[in-house]
Design a protein around this ligand. Sequence first.
Ligand SMILES: Nc1ncnc2c1ncn2[C@@H]1O[C@H](COP(=O)(O)OP(=O)(O)OP(=O)(O)O)[C@@H](O)[C@H]1O
Length: 595
Amino acid sequence: MAAFFSPPTSAAVKIIAPPRSDGSPALIQSEQLQCVNLKGWDVSSTILRGSGTTEVYEHDPFNPYDISNPNGERESPQQMVQGMQNLHLNEYDTSGNSVLNSIVNNGGVPSIGGMSVRVNGYYSPPLATFARQPLNYHLYTPQTYHSNATKSDNPSASFFMSDDLRQDLTQQSELTRAVPTMTMLNLPEELQGYHTLVPLDSTVAVAGKERRPNFGNWYSSIYKATSATDGFTYALRRIENFRLLHEAAFDVVEQWSKIRHPNIVTMHEAFTSRAFGDNCAIIHYSSRSGASLFHIALIISYDYHPNSMTLFDAHLKLSLQPQRPSNSQPSSSFISESVLWSYISQIGSAIRTAHGAGLAIRLIDSTKILITGKNRVRLGCCGTVDILTYDTRQDTHLLQQEDLLQFGRLLLALGCNNLMAGNNLTKSLENMTRNYSADLKSVIIYLLGKPAPHKSIDHLFDMIGQRLILEVDALEFHTDRLEGELSRELENGRIVRLLCKLGFINERPEFDCDPRWSETGDRYVIKLFRDYVFHQVDESGNPVMNLSHVLTCINKLDAGSEERIMLVSRDEQSCLVDGGTLDNKVQQQWSLYVM
Ligand SMILES: Nc1ncnc2c1ncn2[C@@H]1O[C@H](COP(=O)(O)OP(=O)(O)OP(=O)(O)O)[C@@H](O)[C@H]1O
């Protein structure tokens, strides 16, 4: 609990009566005090102002913050400042002098980070348990990232993460929690510890649609599934009618699952299953039982990246569509050079890691590379071909050379916006010359060159070093942006915590009949504050639903703003002006009843 909620703040409680109609300070009579029913207030530090200022100290034995003695006597301001000597307002300051220094430097008025803070006896010696006060926590985190959202467009927008990021994250979270619909029948309920299977491939989801082998000669499909073991969501690739002749084919799983790379979709495990009841019977040979008939599927589990799309879908699909009428929008457009360089460095880096581990990707294809964020790509099914072709083992060096060729073909297809670009190399390279730099063309020519001992992915990185610097810069800008977004959410977390505290305190049903509860003391002010924030009405009596007002009020409350607000009782018979002390009241009430 303590990790989530902040300790008391140091602002003093101050109640100031509204001025008279002629502007002169109000005189508070004892009858008026009765009218707002001060019984039960924490008045130990209450200052009532007006002509003939009255100070009232009433000891509350149940209030841990009340520092007055039972006779109602309290410390003088000098004693209070002396009490401060034991304090560290900044809990991270180990010098022991931070508060004293700030008092001295501010002419006797304590200040933190340039802001004056009012000090009362809450921090005096009898309450040593409240000595550590991380007040910095209550200061605003300034926005560090300047987004396009301007306050004038929508004042509350600056409090929240940007719309595009929120939309992305919401969609991802929604897709992660998606459950199968009625049209997704015939899926196993349980599959070796995975459940709630949802097809990710449209060809599986649409029943009766004609299918073609889509993974070499195999039929493949992919499902989102939840693991019963760890509760995480995974992508299960299913290769239909797979014949596992050697258990050793799965050895490669161990190698691939160890590879953690930001541009490789991590493999977790592989197994065979009959749960799908694959409709082609196959012969399964086992040395112990001999040949047998099984309907078996190979299942490989990978990290699930919600809302991802393949490079093919993103860039090449439209180019395959029949020509549209001339007056319609162009069906495809060329990828910008910077995006292509970004793909080169990301995919190149993934290949480099795999080759460094003695592995080969073996399938660098636009339909198997996922875009999982803005220009963020990941190789999607590393290791699957290794399992499928275990029986026809090949030299790793040759396979790695083949990776480079496939990489070159992919770049050519993306650059020419044509899946078949590799079929006419000369024309495709001419195309590239027209649209892209000579450097890019050289990279593609290098990758498409004949396999040779010196040809390697490392050499490719020697060629593109300069471009990598730009990629690193772009990544760092992106990190800055995300950190900026995160700092906004930090503020929102703070607001939610405060709202939770208000919710816990306001109108607790168990005290409903107790007049000393919500209609008295700090609770009453907190209740009126809640009305002030949420239940205002306009001149026509319609509710004011102004989110900015709510956020501003809650932020001011949390920061202990000195601003004074008029709180009016529901019967409009009494009103209070609170001078920025609500944060203490909320904290005290919260601590009294919850901690
Ligand atoms: N690990 C994954 N996490 C999340 N989604 C994935 C993952 N792997 C694939 N997908 C999604 O599943 C869909 C189908 O993937 P698949 O590999 O079958 O490619 P495809 O586009 O259907 O190609 P093909 O025409 O060869 O079937 C793709 O749109 C892809 O975005």
